[in-house]
Design a protein around this ligand. Structure first.
Ligand code: SF4
Length: 116
């Protein structure tokens, strides 16, 4: 599975990795806004806040930063204007985010996954 945002790949991996161990905040948002057949149909979906970027005026740095709830977490001197590169997290998983892999794993495990 390839997750695209602002014309670039922000996460890539096997279905197991992307669905069960997602590493990018945009992927977390997509999973949260996805209809579930195992849930009460009256539950409202939780959309990703904000609007998609214009592809002729993509935000500098990480294109997701205007919508990302984690954009203000300090990342060792890395600024919002630096674009995160797609890097390999493990043998079948890549993601593009300035947060450390440990921090993203913690957020996913403790904050996001229990609510999905
Ligand atoms: S690089 Fe920053 S703004 Fe982009 S997804 Fe990661 S935390 Fe959010």
């Amino acid at each position: 599975i390839l997750v695209m945002y602002g014309g670039r790949c922000v996460e890539r991996g096997t279905a197991e990795k992307v669905f069960y161990e997602p590493r990018h905040p945009y992927t977390w948002g997509l999973l949260g806004s996805m209809p579930r057949i195992d849930r009460d149909q009256t539950e409202r979906l939780i959309p990703v806040k904000g609007s998609p970027p214009s592809l002729i005026n993509i935000p500098s740095g990480c294109a997701f930063n205007p919508r990302c709830p984690y954009a203000d977490i300090p990342k060792g001197g890395i600024t919002r204007t630096q674009r995160p590169e797609l890097t390999q997290d493990d043998s079948r998983h890549w993601s593009a985010c300035h947060m450390s892999q440990e921090e993203r794993t913690r957020i996913w495990t403790e904050e996001i996954a229990p609510k999905l």
